[in-house]
Design a protein around this ligand. Structure first.
Ligand code: GLN
Ligand code: ZN
Length: 758
């Protein structure tokens, strides 16, 4: 059986692309040097796949920042304000991704959103009235040729027109339908161009098909592909879907003239059933996504082979594939020197997944698996008990009562008590938690990890940092302070390391956005808290000042969503276990004099099922109670904050309010504060700090800009409820820009207070 990979991680096994790009941003290397690192990585990855025996190897899955942005740039979907800067193509591209502030002008970055249900983010292309969609680049051709030059035949991958036009933001009077013709024409040119270079297949990614689709969407899809596939020439077209099943559009998809269809059998709960009920056309190739591109547990061979067997019995033409791009898993277990073998054997990263594909492909063709060494080893993993249960965790979970999910008294009563206790001014200012993780901070942590400095030295350094940042926050005039999170590499891994049941890795990096990578820990077994995690740092920070310093925790939903989850128990059970562990930490902080505790749920929105019908039953019905379980035990006058990244939660505002926090801060600046209307409509009770500037970009917001953002908030939210803060933590920023930005933020708050007093 042939095998296919949907996409390969591109950042590099040692994050080479990240480091090269960052050097380029700092003007330490030239564009040519950056390009050459990129080419080296692409070729290395192609060769890896080739030598693993993969038949359908992708090209054009590389990106300097994001694949959706690549598609936009390729099709000339570039807003005038970026073109006007007059930069090189590469720098125009980076200006859209990161914003630009320099001698040629000052423009903000395009919006960034979560890529479906992953922790990867895409750049939202913007279509304005003047936009004309037309082929305006050579990236897919160049990368195809580059691979061919190495003797590797590839399948160029394109972000599909339906998904692209659906994800774009339309700032003028037009909508996606107005671009159908131009877009189809451009894709036809790309496909025929690739055909001329020798490409036999082109893969068109259409993940938007796994969402709820109404008639209008189905018709739009149909219109695009009827036109695109008309007299389509020799190049075979593979329609690729992932992150779910295509239940709303299965019959249309299978009727159109595609040569291959890629379906996800991992997250596509109904994929097998759709095929069973409706059949699958014999003249098309089914690319069966059975090797999980999102999690790192080994594939259960006998289960996978069972599914393949059923499909073969139907006489289908099958290629075994990954369920989605492997960019969502790390590179290779071979960089995990510290993970013991008896654990390692349960895992497969991208490179090991290539072997899985290869082994499974062979096993699928052989008459019997008996006697096959790979099969035997795999069976052993799934047939023997894994050492991961903890009776005491099970027992405690069983004892949780209904009342443990409700904090008393009600929020309005608490808000009054808290106003008296803290005496904060109107429009209190705060930050989200972290301060810049400068080189010295990272070095201190890494020296400690390597055992090159003592624990005392490590702690002393951090304490000095904390003292400096507390003094600075006092001097600049912030109202609610933070300790800066210098002890944390990452908001999830840090907690994972202190929790029983977690495994952590050395090199399991996964791209989150642009050059930012995260290293999700692995939930291995039942989770509990061994000992206090953050208490010492918070207590120290609070001892330095009379202003409140927020205790800073990560919530259970985010911890789970940013970890590699177990596959042997439900997500809901895992979240409850984590909730109890974090509850212990919340109560310890309170006991030690911390009066404001922020429980970050940065990733709450992320795992919201892609289909609305699943939102509550498959997620919110256990995610929101888990959050309540974490904080329900605190005193009324203790103030609970939460923070969420990405304000795309317009539709679930009642659920967010139901988390029953006292204050929530969230990202809003990149989406032009659209969410404010919905907060007003829903009578949102929680106090809110919609971020007043974008921290994902190095530019410094002016006082005026912040003032006008707050003015917009005041139109929709009452003054007593508004907080003023950046839209996320500052750890990825430089010190200089942070200082200037926060100074401006505080000045803006002072101006707004004057306005409000008039
Ligand atoms: N408290 C965290 C920080 O400030 C929150 C990060 C996040 O929302 N992603 O870094
Ligand atoms: Zn955030």
């Amino acid at each position: 059986m042939k095998t296919a990979v949907t996409g390969f991680p591109r950042i590099g096994e040692k994050r080479e692309l990240k480091f090269a790009s960052e050097k380029y941003f700092k003007k330490e290397i030239s564009a040519d040097e950056l390009e050459s690192t990129a080419a080296e990585l692409r070729i290395r990855h192609l060769k890896l796949q080739k030598s693993a025996g993969i038949d359908f190897i992708p090209s054009n899955d590389f990106s300097f920042y994001d694949g959706v942005l690549d598609a936009a740039a390729l099709l000339d979907i570039i807003p005038e304000r970026y073109k006007k800067l007059g930069l090189s193509d590469l720098d125009t591209y980076f200006a859209m991704a990161r914003g630009y502030q320099g001698e040629k002008g000052d423009v903000r970055a395009l919006a960034m959103k979560k890529w479906f249900n992953t922790n990867y983010h895409y750049i939202v292309p913007e279509i304005e009235d003047g936009t004309k969609i037309a082929l305006n680049g050579t990236k897919p051709f160049d990368e195809y040729k580059e691979a061919a030059g190495e003797g590797i035949e590839t399948v160029p991958v394109l972000t599909g027109p339906f998904t692209l036009l659906t994800l774009c933001r339309y700032t003028g009077s037009t909508g996606r339908k107005d671009y159908l013709e131009q877009t189809v024409k451009a894709y036809k040119e790309i496909i025929s161009g690739l055909g001329k270079l020798g490409a036999k297949w082109v893969r068109i990614n259409e993940p938007s098909l796994v969402k709820d689709l109404d008639e209008d969407n189905i018709k739009f899809f149909d219109d695009i592909y009827t036109a695109l596939l008309a007299d389509k020439g020799d190049v075979k077209i593979l329609l690729q879907t992932f992150f779910g099943d295509v239940r709303d559009i299965y019959s249309e998809v299978t009727k159109l003239e595609f040569d291959g269809i890629g379906l996800d059998f991992i997250e596509g709960r109904k994929t097998a059933e759709l095929i069973e009920k409706n059949g699958f056309p014999k003249d098309k190739v089914l690319f069966a996504g059975l090797v999980n591109g999102k999690n790192i547990w080994r594939n259960d061979y006998s289960k996978t082979l069972g599914i393949l067997d059923d499909l073969k019995k139907k006489g289908l033409n099958i290629v075994l594939s990954t369920s989605c791009s492997l960019q969502h898993v790390p590179y290779s277990l071979s960089f995990e020197a510290k993970l013991p073998d008896d654990k390692k054997k349960y895992f497969a990263y991208a490179q090991e997944k290539l072997s899985e594909l290869n082994e499974l492909g062979k096993l699928a063709d052989s008459a019997s698996c008996e006697g096959d060494e790979a099969f035997r080893k795999n069976r052993e993993l799934f047939e023997t008990e894994r050492d991961c249960r903890d009776e005491s965790v099970q027992k405690r979970l069983g004892e949780v009562k209904e009342s443990d999910y409700t904090r008393l008294p009600d929020r309005q009563t608490r808000q009054k008590l808290q106003k008296d206790r803290f005496g904060l001014p109107l429009f209190p200012t705060t930050t989200i938690g972290s301060f810049p993780q400068t080189a010295d901070v990272k070095k201190n942590r890494s020296l400690f990890r390597k055992g090159e400095i003592t624990k005392e030295q490590y702690v002393a350094f951090n304490k000095e940092k904390i003292e400096r940042v507390i003094r600075w926050q006092e001097s600049v005039g912030l109202d609610v302070l933070v300790h800066g999170e210098y002890e944390r590499n990452d908001m999830v891994e840090y907690f994972g390391e202190s929790l029983e049941g977690y495994l952590f890795t050395e090199n399991a990096w996964v791209q989150s956005y642009g050059t930012r990578c995260v290293k999700p820990p692995v939930i291995w077994g039942d989770v509990s808290r061994k000992k206090p995690i953050t208490v010492e740092w918070s207590v120290y920070a609070q001892s330095l000042t009379d202003k409140p310093v927020k205790g800073m925790l990560t919530g259970p939903v985010t911890i789970l969503n940013w970890s590699f989850p177990r596959e042997d128990i439900s997500i809901s059970e895992s979240i409850s276990q984590i909730a109890l562990a974090i509850r212990d930490e919340v109560l310890d902080l309170e006991k030690n004099g911390i009066s404001i505790i922020q429980i970050d749920e940065a990733a709450l929105r992320e795992k919201l099922p892609l289909r609305r019908s699943d939102w509550y039953s498959e997620y919110l019905d256990f995610a929101i109670p888990a959050f309540r379980l974490v904080h329900s035990g605190v005193k009324p006058e203790t103030q609970i904050h939460t923070h969420m990244c990405y304000s795309e939660f317009t539709d679930i505002i009642p659920a967010i309010d139901n988390m029953d926090a006292d204050v929530i801060t969230f990202e809003a600046s990149r989406s032009d504060l659209q969410i404010l209307d919905s907060l007003k409509e829903c009578n949102f009770e929680t106090e809110v700090g919609p971020g007043v500037y974008d921290i994902h970009s190095p530019r410094v917001p002016s006082v005026d800009e912040i003032v006008s953002a707050v003015r917009k908030m005041r139109e929709k939210i009452s003054d007593e409820k508004i907080w003023i803060n950046p839209d996320c933590g500052l750890k990825t920023r430089g010190e200089e820009e942070t200082i200037k930005s926060i100074e401006n933020l505080v000045k803006a708050a002072e101006e707004i207070r004057k306005e409000a007093a008039r």
